[in-house]
Structures are given as structure tokens and as C-alpha cells.
Design a protein around this ligand. Structure first.
Ligand code: EPU
Length: 429
């Protein structure tokens, strides 16, 4: 179960229905640690990262940094990143193809090595995911890119002292990539508007500021960076993963009996918690002790939900598949519109195979609630779809076999151990 191998299409055998009881602790955030790891390329000095989850994607970013010449050692949840030799500006396709966040190394690496050749990330089951916002912004900042044979070649060109970039859409990755690539542009002021405001961006800004970067506008959509000559090493602890927390909260609502989710940053999950409260789900929260405890839910008494995914502070697309499972079990008609990714509905056909009644109209799933789901052979298409199908299978009557389950190890640390602790049994092979 612990071996993370995205090349295999591991299967999960799940016998339902099961009940989740007790408490589960949330790990460090995947989507925060990945851009932070990429940004360690900005300093020669040693960086110590704490609360780093052991996940396939962290392993992929480790490989990429090692290709560039960094030395990385892991000791439990601590990652030590050092630079003992000159950096190389070439990152091959093999690690980059596994994960789109790999591309966040491109700007920082080009600044350090002056010329780079970095593989372009490939296709993705969530729909088309270009990197045009990244490349257009970087060009204004003095990193010119040419694309050939699936690689981006980067070199440094002249740029203005006052640089204004307006993102066409508040892309999380582009916001992170551009901020990280701006901080070392000594003597220049870079203003980026229409930035994404996800908590993972706040984490990155905190990390960069602690390294010595000059960044204004944290938690707003306009970020201004005053480039500095160099950044220094540091120790930094990554925030808890709001999507892992949200997934366990939704699991608690569907199959829990007073499930307690610990190490949750409540502020990051307001939109989910407000929505659960509005439809009639009861829970206890402690902002001081950072936990959420979900009471046992009687689906018959819940109101329907109507959700639109949106950039933060809107409803996160990364919880949309999991919430589809909850909506499937609420009597009456619910709707979920996906506004971030063009095809993040691959889980719908699988849920329908389990007895859900969901139809798609453009980017909206129209869901007629059913009394129960029934176990079936199903297939996971991506990380969050895998999490949704696992919850569905745990709630369903009978046996499910989820194939391609290995996607789940990209985002859920110590899954088997955590589930074991809350009384959930799954078999992996
Ligand atoms: N987009 C462009 N051009 C670009 C960049 C983005 O058209 O240059 C479009 C995308 O195609 C998409 C939209 O903008 O339709 C939003 O994409 P965004 O760039 O915000 O997403 P991302 O940075 O690639 C991160 C998370 C995703 C999460 C999204 C949205 C990481 C490593 N990944 O992706 O997380 O869904 O933001 O919140 O932070 C996951 O964890 O399962 C996951 C997919």
C-alpha cells in the first residue's frame, strides 16, 4: 500500500457500507509544498521544509530538483534541500510528464542558469491545460521562451524596470510561477493583477518573504514584487492540506459517525463548511484547536445543494468530485457546475454505474438523489475522482473494485493507515 507507483494501475477492493469513527490528522499541503519546492531553486543556501507530505507528487518534484543538481534528503516529514554543485538548466520529459506543477521550476531555474531546456507538461485528464499565461508573463519579466520538440527553451532578455502583468484568469500555477520568477529581478518592480488568491499562494509568499523576498499584496488579487539580489536559506513549515481536510470532512458527512478531522485550517474551508451547514449537516468546529467534528447525518433531512466551482474563496474544483457523491445521496435535485476545468466530470459515469442518477448539461451535473449506491467495478481517472470513488464505494451496498486507484497516492498521505485508524478497511493490490 505504501509503495507509490503511478505506472501501475493498482486496484482497491472496498466492501461497503462502512462507518468512519474516531479522528484523522491532516498532513501538509501538496499544492503548497510543490511550488515551494520549486522556489528553493532561487537560493544556493540550505532549505529545511517541515510538514512535507510523503506523496507521489512530492517524489516527482524531488526527482526534478535532483535533475537540476540539488541534493535532497528526507527525514520523516522533514525535507532538506541543498546545493552542492552547479545547477544544470535541463529537465527531461520523464519526470515533468507525471505532474503539471513540475513546470513551476522553469522560471526560477532560467534565472539561476541563464539558459534552460525544460520539457513541457503533457496531457491531463481534467481537460486542456496550457501554460500560455506562464510564458506570456515570464516574457514581460525578461525570460523569453521558444518551444521545440516538446521542450521550452528559456533565455534571459532585456526587460523594463516597471513590469505590469495582468492574468487573463486567476490561474493558481501561473500566479505562483510568476511570483517566484519575479523575486530575484533585482531593481525591478513587477505588478501582477488578477492573481489567484488560494491559500497555497499565501504559503508560497510567506516562504519567499522569509527567504528575503519583497512582496506586497498578500491575500489580494494584486501582488507587487520588488526584486532583490539574492535570497537566503531558511526553515519553513508547510500549512495543512485543505483539500485532504475537505475530503475527510465530506467522507465524515457521508459515512461518518462523529468523525473528527484534526489539524484543519478552518479559515481555508469556510465555503465548504458554510455549504454543509446550509444544507443541514451539523458539526462542531474549534478554530483554536483546529478541528472539525461532523455529526452523523440523516440524508432524508438534508436540503439540496447547488454549487459553482470558482477560484478561491469560491468552491474549490478539487472538492467537486467528492461533493458529487454527497449530492447523489440527498433526495431531490442538486446541481454542480464546474467552471475551472473543461472536463472534470470523469467520475460521473462511474457514479452512475453505482446507481447514482446524474446527467450532464454542458458544464453542469444535474443530480437526482438516490436512496443508496451499490458496489460495482469502477475506474478512477484522476486524483480527486479517485477520492470521490473511494468515498462512494465505502458508502455503497456490496463490493466495489476501483481500478487505476494509484492516482490517489498523489494527494492523500498514509491513506491506508489513516483509514485504518478511523475503522475503514480497504484492500490494495
Ligand atoms: N490556464 C490556462 N493557461 C495557463 C494556466 C491555466 O488557460 O497558462 C487555465 C487552465 O487550463 C484551467 C484554469 O486556467 O482551466 C485554471 O488552472 P490553474 O492554472 O489555476 O490550475 P493549476 O495551477 O494547473 C492548481 C492545482 C490543481 C487545482 C487548480 C485549481 C496545484 C499543483 N494544482 O492547478 O490541483 O485544481 O489549481 O484550483 O496546485 C489537484 O490537487 O487535484 C489539482 C488538480
Amino acid at each position: 500500500m505504501n509503495a507509490i507507483n503511478l505506472e501501475s494501475s493498482g486496484k482497491l477492493l472496498v466492501k461497503g457500507p462502512q462507518i468512519a469513527k474516531g479522528s484523522v490528522k491532516i498532513s501538509g499541503s501538496k499544492n503548497a509544498v510543490l511550488p515551494i519546492m520549486a522556489a528553493t531553486l532561487l537560493t544556493k543556501e540550505k532549505v529545511i521544509l517541515r510538514n512535507v507530505p510523503e506523496l507521489a507528487d512530492v517524489q516527482t518534484m524531488t526527482e526534478i530538483l535532483e535533475y537540476s543538481g540539488k541534493t535532497i534528503n528526507r527525514n520523516d516529514e522533514i525535507l532538506i534541500i541543498e546545493e552542492n554543485k552547479e545547477l544544470v538548466g535541463e529537465i527531461p520529459y520523464e519526470p515533468v510528464r507525471k505532474m503539471r506543477a513540475s513546470f513551476n521550476v522553469y522560471g526560477p531555474l532560467t534565472l539561476r542558469t541563464k539558459e534552460t531546456k525544460v520539457a513541457l507538461p503533457g496531457g491531463c485528464s481534467l481537460g486542456v491545460r496550457p501554460v500560455n499565461y506562464h510564458l506570456e508573463g515570464l516574457k514581460k519579466m525578461g525570460i523569453e521562451s521558444t518551444t521545440e520538440h516538446g521542450y521550452v527553451m528559456g533565455k534571459i532578455i532585456d526587460s523594463k524596470n516597471e513590469i505590469n502583468i495582468s492574468l487573463p484568469f486567476p490561474s493558481v500555477g501561473a500566479t505562483e510561477h510568476l511570483i517566484s520568477s519575479a523575486v530575484l529581478l533585482e531593481g525591478k518592480t513587477i505588478k501582477i493583477s488578477n492573481c489567484a488568491m488560494e491559500p497555497e499562494i499565501t504559503d508560497l509568499i510567506d516562504f519567499l518573504s522569509k527567504m528575503g523576498a519583497q512582496i506586497e499584496g498578500k491575500n489580494t488579487s494584486i501582488i507587487t514584487i520588488h526584486g532583490v539580489k539574492e535570497l537566503h536559506g531558511l526553515e519553513y513549515s508547510v500549512s495543512p492540506d485543505r483539500i485532504e481536510a475537505g475530503t475527510y470532512i465530506i467522507m465524515g458527512a457521508i459515512i461518518g459517525d462523529n468523525l473528527k478531522i484534526e489539524r484543519v485550517c478552518i479559515d481555508d474551508l469556510r465555503i465548504l463548511l458554510n455549504m454543509l451547514e446550509e444544507i443541514g449537516i451539523e458539526f462542531e468546529i474549534s478554530e483554536k484547536e483546529n478541528y472539525v467534528k461532523i455529526s452523523k447525518v440523516d440524508f432524508k433531512n438534508l436540503k439540496n445543494l447547488n454549487i459553482d466551482t470558482a477560484p478561491y474563496p469560491g468552491f474549490p474544483t478539487d472538492l467537486q468530485p467528492q461533493i458529487s457523491v454527497l449530492a447523489s445521496l440527498i433526495p431531490g435535485k442538486s446541481t454542480i457546475s464546474e467552471n475551472i476545468f473543461s472536463s472534470r466530470f470523469n467520475h460521473i459515469d462511474e457514479l452512475n454505474r453505482m446507481g447514482a442518477k446524474i446527467r450532464l448539461e454542458d458544464n453542469t451535473a444535474i443530480i437526482d438523489g438516490v436512496d443508496y449506491l451499490s458496489g460495482a467495478p469502477i475506474q478512477a481517472s484522476d486524483l480527486r475522482a479517485a477520492a470521490a470513488l473511494l468515498i462512494a464505494a465505502l458508502s455503497a451496498e456490496g463490493e466495489s473494485i476501483i481500478s487505476n486507484i494509484d492516482h490517489i497516492f498523489r494527494g492523500y498521505e498514509k491513506l491506508k493507515e489513516k483509514l485504518d485508524k478511523i475503522g475503514i478497511k480497504i484492500e490494495y493490490n
